[in-house]
Design a protein around this ligand. Structure first.
Ligand SMILES: [Zn+2]
Length: 192
């Protein structure tokens, strides 16, 4: 394991420890995602107020939340559930930024990484430590980047009118209808 590298402004040890603390373990996708965020940050530069878009709901959102100020909760991170391993950081005023993605063609020369990403290998046949070493060894080598202009999905969610549900008494957005989604039977729970 190379110990001298710096990722997202941190030593490799700090980088991996923060991932473990936030995510529960050193998830390969999150370690790879850290390298992606690192590159996107470098490309966009330190003085830009950047919003983020990730193209998968797995791992990559956490890389953005750990290593940038963008979170789901503050609305600066948008998660597209496309199952594509790509992240964009962009200037929220100019809508110009950089997209970094896992480049499958480049990854062909790192078989462990390729097989893991393409889900061709069972977890038991590829120990986490081996996979992590392959990711740390590869770093940006399996990634590509490009300058982009953001043309969609950048709108900040606006809050609409709030009203009180006549059935449950909880506040809900008026756009849901005469009663809240839960009381319309569109919820995820029933009362016990
Ligand atoms: Zn209700």
């Amino acid at each position: 394991m190379k110990m001298s590298i710096v990722v997202c402004g941190r030593s490799l040890e700090d980088f991996l420890n923060e991932i473990e603390r936030f995510h529960g373990f050193r998830a390969p996708g999150l370690v790879l995602g850290g390298f992606m965020v690192d590159w996107a940050q470098e490309l966009i530069g330190p003085n830009v107020e950047a919003d983020a878009i990730v193209e998968t709901a797995y791992c990559l959102p956490d890389a953005v939340q750990i290593f940038t100020p963008c979170t789901i909760g503050n609305g600066w991170l948008k998660v597209l559930d496309w199952d594509k391993f790509a992240v964009t950081l962009y200037d929220r005023k100019q809508l110009r930024g950089y997209r970094v993605w896992f480049d499958l063609e480049k990854a062909r020369s790192v078989p462990d990484l390729y097989d893991w990403y393409m889900r061709r290998v069972a977890k038991k046949d590829l120990p986490l430590e081996v996979l992590l070493d392959a990711i740390l060894e590869a770093g940006r080598y399996v990634l590509s980047s490009g300058a982009i202009r953001v043309t969609g999905h950048f709108e900040r969610k606006k809050k609409g009118n709030t009203q009180i549900c006549p059935e449950c008494g909880e506040a809900y957005p008026a756009t849901q209808g005469a009663t809240c989604f839960a009381c319309q039977g569109k919820g995820y729970y029933e009362r016990r």
